[in-house]
Write a protein that binds this ligand. Structure first.
Ligand code: DP6
Length: 328
């Protein structure tokens, strides 16, 4: 019986991933760019149990719900195939993402699971192989393997992994505006968008060029260019999602108000740019010296928390859940 524990942090995309060219391998239709955060980690322990008939999964001490448990099992199937193992496992996860913060938990969750499971099953994977593996759990998890700014390449299974890029120093203000659960998951909404939006092809081709421009802005250390591209790309993604049939709208009046407020702050000389994932909450990027002021200015709209670049997924010593002895 072997066990390993890993910790990983969520990431927020500046150039978004929305759409797959292969759903089984989770190959994205276009590349994307993100910042791995220094807050809200997920810590996961994987214990192999050759006597168990199935995998088991707990989240924050409680048995996992059916769909997440199925996703964990399907992910472990990929790991077992790589390792040539038939052993089931017990997976215990602690997520420090507040359930109502509107941050996707799947990126940190599958990045931590990829690192812990590959170690527990005795695989020796380098960073790009770990990123490719994490991708099989949730596309955005490929990027949480990497510290700070990460580009996730499109391409085939061998080419589609994330790696670090240098760029301007930045902070993110997480603005929590709406605490209700989203009605349509990203996974389902992506499929519907690709199948029904007349704009989907244009989105895929334009995202590839937006990513090239964003990477050029990173190389130049150009915060302004990166910020403008970030806001543009977020609004394009939401326009695309709204054009699905039946339409899906994640942004709420409060989200639009936040985008308006960010525009006003810029006009007043405080440089910041807004983005939003598949939900109503807004994330605002700012220069390190401006972040506290931006958060103060936005606090009238909702809870505003400044976060910065964080580490990639790593193995750690402290196990989650019962020890081997306590588990019997
Ligand atoms: C809007 O990575 O959660 O956050 O690959 O189906 O698990 P699956 O989707 P997921 O989608 C993230 C979508 C997004 C944009 C982004 O993070 O790039």
């Amino acid at each position: 019986m072997s066990e390993a524990t890993a910790r990983a942090f969520p990431n927020i995309a500046l150039v978004k991933y929305w759409g797959k060219r292969d759903a089984r391998l989770i190959l994205p239709a276009a590349g994307s760019l993100s910042l791995t955060l220094d807050a809200f980690p997920t810590t996961t322990t994987v214990r192999l149990d050759p006597d168990a008939a199935t995998d088991s999964f707990t989240l924050n001490g409680a048995p996992g719900a059916e769909v997440p448990t199925q996703r964990v099992t399907r992910f472990l199937d990929v790991v077992r195939e790589l390792a040539g193992s038939t052993s089931h496992a017990r997976v215990d996860s602690l997520s420090e993402i507040p359930t109502d913060a509107g941050l996707a938990s799947s990126a940190a969750g599958f990045a931590a699971l990829a690192v812990a499971a590959s170690a527990a099953y005795g695989l020796d994977l380098d960073a790009s192989a770990l990123s490719r593996l994490a991708r099989r759990g949730s596309g955005s998890a490929a990027r949480s393997i990497v510290a700070g700014l990460a580009v996730w390449h499109a391409g085939d299974d061998a080419q589609s992994y994330a790696e670090g890029v240098d760029g301007p120093e930045l902070r993110m203000v997480i603005l929590t505006l709406d605490r209700s659960a989203k009605r349509v998951s990203s996974r389902e909404a992506m499929v519907r968008t690709a199948a029904t939006s007349p704009f989907y092809t244009g989105w895929v081709t334009s995202t590839a060029s937006t990513l090239e421009e964003a990477l050029a802005a990173c190389r130049a250390g150009d915060f302004t260019a990166l910020g403008l591209l970030t806001e543009l790309h977020a609004l394009r993604m939401h326009a695309l999602i709204q054009s699905a049939d039946p339409p899906i709208r994640y942004l709420k009046p409060a989200s639009i108000a936040a985008f308006d407020r960010v525009e006003e702050l810029r006009a007043a000389g405080l440089e910041c740019y807004a983005t939003a994932d598949a939900g109503p909450n807004v994330v605002v990027i700012a220069k390190p010296d401006d972040a506290a002021q931006v958060a103060d200015e936005l606090a009238v709209l909702g809870e505003a928390r400044v976060v910065g670049p964080g580490p990639g997924a790593t193995l750690i010593a402290d196990a989650v859940g019962p020890t081997r002895g306590a588990a019997g």
